[in-house]
Design a protein around this ligand. Structure first.
Ligand code: NAP
Length: 517
C-alpha cells in the first residue's frame, strides 16, 4: 500500500518529479512514485539521454500508473534541454495528443508555443504555464503582474517558483496563491521556502512537488514524498489548520516536527508543525502575524531575540532572559515562556534521585551542590536560573568570559572562562551541565572539557541531543558519573510546550516512544 493512502482532507496533489537517463529508468521511477504515495508524476523529458519522442512518450503514457505531467525544460529556464524550440514544441504537442494529463511550458515560450499549436489543444490536457526565478522573490506587485501575464498567456494552471532569501518571502507567495482565481502552483525554492511546499493545501495550491529520495530534487528545498505525507501530515491539512513550528538557524536537524506532528495526528488536532529557518526574528513575527500562525518553539540563536518580540513574558523566562516557546493568544498577542528550565532541571533531579536510591530527604537533591554550567546562552541561562532556584551554588564557564560574568552576576554565582574549566577541581561530587552546542552533530568528536577533569563530577548533563550520547556523556559515564541526556531535557520541555500549544495534555508515553526511535 502506498504511504499516501488513507484519510485525505484536501485536494492538493503531490507530484513526483522524475529525472532519469532512459525511458526504462523513467518507468521504474513511475512505479516507485506510486508506491511512495505520489498522485502525479512530472516526466522531465529534458533529462533523457536518448529520446525518440513518438515511441517513448507513447510508452510512458501507456504504462504510467499515475496521471502525467510532461516537462521539457530548456537550459535557459534551469533545465537540461539544449536543442531547438521547434523540436521541443513538437514533443510537447505529441504528449498532448497522446494523452498527457498536463504539459508544462515556460511563460517566455508560451506565446510562440500557442502560435505553434494553432489552437489545436486536446481538451483533456491541462497546460501549465510556468516561470522560475532562481535569484529572489519579487515584491507582491511584481508577483501579481507575473500571475496576470501567465493567465493572459492562456494557462489552465499557473505555475511560478521563486527563491527565498528570507522566510518572510513566502508570505507574499501565500497571498498570491490564496487569491488566485485560476488553479495555481506557487513554490518558493530553498530551505527558507520550505513552508510554501508544505502548506500548499492550506492556501489552496494545486500541487506540491515531493522527491522520491532525499537529495534527488528537481529544485532546491524540495521535501521527499515521505516527509510530506508522514512527517508533515500533508493529506490532513486544511485551510483552517493552525501552523506551529520551530524557529532557529540552523533548524533542519530538529526532531520537534516529528514529535508534534505525530501527536497532532494521533489525537486529531488540526495543526501542523514545521521547520522554520529564520534569520530575522522581529521580521518573522511582524510578517506572520495572523491567528493561523499559532505557536513557536525557539532554538539557537533566537531565544533572546524572540523574548523581545513578545507582548508578554512569563516572569521566569524574563529572569532567564530567553524564551523557547511563544504562543499567540486569542487576542493576537504573543506570550513567551521558557520550558527548557523545567525540562532540564527535573531530568537532573531525577538523575540525582536515582543515585540516592530515590531518597529525597527534604527539598531538591540539587540543594547546596556545586552546579557548573558550561555556556551562557539561552539554555545556559535556563539551567543556571533553575539550579539557583533549587538551592545549588552556581558557576558559569563560558567561551566569552564577559557573558559568563554577566550571567553569574544575575544568579549570584561564580564565573570562569571555558579555558579555565579543565583545572577547576575545588571539590568532588559536583554537577556539570553543558549548554553549548559543542559535540553536536556533525562535530561529534568535540567535547567542552577533558576526560581527566570529569572525575570530580557525580552527574553530567548535556543539552545536546544529536547524538543522544555525546562524547562528553560517554567520557563522563566512563569516569563513573551519572549521565542525563539532552533527550531527557528535550522531552521534558516538549511536554509543556505541547500543552501550551494545544490546551491538551501531552501524550507523554508517545513522546518517549518517538524519541527512543
Ligand atoms: P545560544 O543561546 O546560541 O548559546 C550558545 C552558547 O554556546 C554560548 O554560551 C556560546 O558561547 C557557546 N558556544 C557555542 N559554540 C561554541 C564553541 N564552539 N565553543 C565554545 N562555546 C560555544 O544557544 P542555546 O539556545 O543556549 O543552545 C545551546 C545548546 O543547547 C544547543 O546545542 C541546543 O541544541 C541545546 N539545547 C537543547 C535542548 C534540549 O531540549 N535538549 C533545549 C535547548 C537547547 P559564547 O557566549 O562565547 O558565544
Amino acid at each position: 500500500m502506498g504511504s499516501g493512502e488513507g484519510i485525505r482532507r484536501n485536494q492538493a496533489l503531490i507530484c513526483a518529479p522524475l529525472m532519469a537517463d532512459t525511458v526504462d529508468q523513467m518507468v521504474d521511477l513511475m512505479h516507485k512514485a506510486k508506491s511512495k504515495g505520489a498522485d502525479i508524476v512530472e516526466i522531465r523529458l529534458d533529462h533523457l539521454k536518448i529520446f525518440n519522442p513518438r515511441s517513448d512518450i507513447e510508452i510512458m503514457i501507456k504504462v504510467c500508473p499515475l496521471p502525467t505531467l510532461f516537462t521539457y525544460r530548456p537550459i535557459w529556464e534551469g533545465g537540461q534541454y539544449a536543442g531547438d524550440e521547434k523540436s521541443r514544441f513538437e514533443a510537447l504537442q505529441l504528449a498532448m495528443e497522446l494523452g498527457a494529463d498536463h504539459i508544462d511550458i515556460e511563460l517566455k515560450a508560451a506565446h510562440e508555443f500557442n502560435n505553434f499549436l494553432h489552437g489545436n489543444k486536446p481538451g483533456k490536457c491541462k497546460v501549465i504555464i510556468s516561470s522560475h526565478n532562481y535569484a529572489s522573490t519579487p515584491p507582491i506587485e511584481d508577483l501579481g503582474n507575473l500571475v496576470a501575464r501567465i493567465q493572459a498567456a492562456g494557462a489552465d494552471i499557473i505555475k511560478f517558483a521563486t527563491t527565498a532569501l528570507d522566510i518572510t518571502d513566502v508570505a507574499r507567495v501565500f497571498q498570491i496563491t490564496v487569491h488566485s482565481q485560476v488553479p495555481i502552483i506557487a513554490m518558493v525554492m530553498g530551505e527558507r521556502g520550505l513552508m510554501s511546499r508544505i502548506l500548499c493545501p492550506k492556501f489552496g495550491g494545486y500541487l506540491t512537488f515531493g522527491s522520491l529520495e532525499a537529495g534527488q530534487v528537481s529544485a532546491p528545498g524540495q521535501p521527499t514524498i515521505e516527509e510530506l505525507v508522514n512527517l508533515y501530515n500533508f493529506r490532513l491539512l486544511e485551510p483552517d489548520t493552525k501552523v506551529f513550528g520551530i524557529i532557529g538557524n540552523p533548524v533542519s536537524h530538529s526532531k520537534s516536527p516529528k514529535l508534534y506532528n505525530e501527536a497532532f495526528k494521533s489525537v486529531g488536532f488540526n495543526g501542523v508543525y514545521l521547520h522554520l529557518l529564520v534569520d530575522d526574528v522581529p521580521k518573522f513575527f511582524r510578517t506572520y502575524s495572523s491567528m493561523d500562525f499559532t505557536g513557536f518553539s525557539v532554538t539557537i540563536p533566537h531565544k533572546e531575540a524572540a523574548l523581545a518580540c513578545c507582548d508578554e513574558v512569563d516572569p521566569v523566562a524574563k529572569s532567564i532572559g530567553a524564551v523557547n516557546c511563544v504562543v499567540r493568544r486569542p487576542d493576537g498577542k504573543l506570550f513567551g515562556c521558557n520550558t527548557d528550565y523545567v525540562g532540564a532541571i527535573s531530568s537532573i533531579e531525577d538523575g540525582l534521585l536515582g543515585l540516592q536510591n530515590g531518597s529525597t530527604g527534604t527539598g531538591s537533591p540539587l540543594a547546596r551542590k556545586l552546579f557548573v554550567v558550561i555556556g551562557a546562552g539561552g539554555a545556559g541561562k535556563a539551567l543556571a536560573y533553575g539550579a539557583k532556584e533549587k538551592g545549588a551554588r552556581v558557576l558559569i564557564a563560558n567561551r566569552t568570559y564577559d557573558r559568563a560574568r554577566e550571567l553569574a552576576d544575575l544568579v549570584g554565582g561564580q564565573a570562569l572562562s571555558l579555558a579555565e574549566l579543565d583545572n577547576f577541581r575545588p571539590e568532588k561530587g559536583m554537577i556539570l551541565a553543558n549548554t553549548t552546542s559543542i559535540g553536536m552533530h556533525p562535530k561529534v568528536n568535540e567535547t567542552p572539557i577533558s576526560k581527566e577533569a570529569l572525575a570530580n563530577y557525580m552527574l553530567v548533563f548535556d543539552a545536546v541531543y544529536t547524538p543522544k550520547i555525546t562524547r562528553l556523556l560517554r567520557e563522563a559515564a566512563e569516569s563513573g558519573a551519572q549521565i542525563v541526556t539532552g533527550v531527557d531535557m528535550f522531552i521534558g520541555q516538549a511536554y509543556e510546550q505541547y500543552e501550551r500549544f494545544t490546551g491538551l495534555p501531552a501524550p507523554k508515553e508517545q513522546f518517549k516512544k518517538i524519541m527512543e526511535n
